[in-house]
Design a protein around this ligand. Structure first.
Ligand code: GLC
Length: 492
């Protein structure tokens, strides 16, 4: 047992960190959590690969940046790869950028299909993380790895011929942001990384004859977290476990859920400079100006009909099927709707088709535009999130902050963050259970009813806007987890 005489040192390993590299919610979490940990005296730092666009973002934002003299070298696939390391200061967070132009070439970060070549960048990232302390003269107590793309680290600390000698020097926390992506690869790849044969067993990475990197990481980490408490239960069920529910039930002693927060420096209508006007729960006038700008942008005459917004990826997880079927019922009498996000071509086509069919009621942007997203939250009345599953979800939290009342399905982080208004006067939104168009429609109709009653609606909007989902309490939970590991306590 060691004592807590010095602040805990944590290296986050991730392929996304906003604003340097962002594809989804993972980027937002990495943009906020290390910053919040540092405010609480945790020496949190980040290792991030230099995928296309990262250096341009460093330059654009004028972040202080220096090239370190030492390079990192890693043996992989019977070859040695080396990388330059840059140290960048992002709002007070030291970020080590791993520059390996031969491997980190994909503009979209995530490969379309997994093969020996397409997974190699992620193996390199994990091995480089273990080489980093020697290169920078700073050694973490804990590696905190995020999602399957960084999950090779705990696996190699357990099973790699050379790196397993380092296992006792570190604790590893593995955070699952989305279990739908597990990194399932051909087992022969493991040998090319230098893993021993015993890695490929039922107690290891083996999964229906394939190698499952996320499973291996879960088994070989000291603690596993999901991004909401409810999701840590969901993954132990056949519906939410994606084939791994049994594995997670067995590991539940070291599994916990810590809710993501939102960064109110970015997502507060009181200070948001991307909006035409600012507002707060006690002075809502600015929301009218945002609505005006939004309806102008959409080319709509505003006759006071409520505006629904969906902001997110257009993928099955987000419940796009039931969303569009419900909207087809609702148009044109009940409301207007905006959809912002990109994703599967068939969903993007569906959105474009809707825009043609209902030009005065439906508007969409396929692609992500920061400014329009902010305006959509601020100018709309309801934020819809009918997800099939949702590890945490940030959209509903942002919606609440901007007084756009969430209508959500009771799953994962949505269940943890939205209180149904018809069940409680403290309610902050509308929640439905079964994944069906009918249930979604019923919830939207309940929301439309409330909207027509001015005093109920303003009570609901006030409740939503005064909910606090800042990183404070989540940061405390991570600190407790880190300290518990450092002291040698097992997480409960
Ligand atoms: C993933 C999940 C989302 C979560 C985010 C950040 O994108 O799908 O629910 O909020 O990661 O943890």
């Amino acid at each position: 047992m060691s004592s807590l005489t010095s602040p805990v040192k944590v290296l986050h390993v991730s392929v996304e960190m906003a604003p340097l590299a962002k594809q989804g919610g993972l980027g937002d979490v990495l943009g906020a959590l290390p910053k919040s940990l540092r405010k609480r005296s945790v020496d949190a730092r980040v290792l991030l690969p230099v995928f296309p666009g990262v250096m341009e973002c460093v330059e654009r934002n004028k972040y202080p940046c220096s090239l370190l003299t030492e390079k990192i070298c890693v043996a992989l696939n019977w070859r040695v790869y080396s990388a330059n390391v840059y140290r960048v200061d992002v709002d007070g967070v030291p970020v080590y950028l791993l520059d390996q132009p031969e491997l980190f070439t994909n503009v979209n970060i995530y490969p379309m299909s997994l093969s020996r070549m397409s997974v190699m960048p992620f193996a390199f990232l994990s091995m480089a993380a273990l080489e980093l302390p020697g290169c920078i003269g700073w050694k973490p107590d804990i590696f905190h790895v995020h999602d399957w793309t960084a999950s090779i680290l705990p696996l190699i600390l357990r099973w790699h011929k050379h790196y397993r000698a380092l296992r006792s020097e570190y604790d590893v926390v593995f955070t699952i942001h989305n279990l739908a992506h597990q990194g399932i690869v051909d087992p022969s790849i493991l040998t090319s990384w230098g893993l021993t044969r015993d890695a490929f067993s039922i107690e290891g990475v083996e999964f229906y004859g394939q190698a499952n990197l996320l499973k291996g990481a879960a088994i070989s980490s000291d603690a596993i977290t999901t991004v909401s408490p409810h999701y840590s239960w969901d993954i132990q069920t056949p519906e939410g476990g994606f084939g791994l529910h049994g594995v997670f039930s067995n590991l539940k002693g070291k599994l916990s859920g810590i809710l993501n927060g939102i960064d109110y420096d970015v997502w507060s209508p009181k200070t948001d400079q991307l909006l035409p006007a600012r507002f707060s729960a006690s002075d809502m006038k600015g929301k009218e100006a945002c609505r005006k700008k939004l309806t102008e942008l959409c080319g709509w005459e505003d006759d006071g009909k409520p505006i629904l917004a969906f902001v997110g990826r257009l993928v099955q997880q987000k419940g796009i099927d039931i969303l569009f079927t419900a909207l087809d019922w609702l148009m044109v009498d009940n409301c207007r709707a905006i959809v912002i996000g990109s994703g599967l071509p068939q969903y993007e086509d569906w959105a474009t088709q809707f825009r043609r069919t209902y030009p005065d009621y439906f508007w969409c942007v396929t692609g992500f535009n920061e400014e329009i997203a902010h305006l959509a939250y601020a100018g709309s009345d309801m934020t819809v999130m009918p997800s099939l599953f949702e590890p945490c979800g940030l959209t509903q939290l942002i919606g609440m902050s901007y007084g756009s009342v969430p209508v959500v399905r009771c799953t994962g982080g949505l269940a943890d963050t939205v209180i149904d208004y018809d069940s409680s006067r403290d309610g902050t939104g509308f929640v439905f259970s079964d994944y069906s168009t009918d249930e979604l429609l019923k919830a939207i109709y309940r929301a439309l009813d409330a909207y027509n009653d001015k005093s109920r609606w303003s009570e609901l909007v006030r409740n939503a806007m005064s909910s606090d989902f800042s990183w404070n309490s989540s940061t405390s939970s991570y600190i407790d987890l880190y300290n518990g590991l450092k002291l040698g306590d097992l997480p409960s």
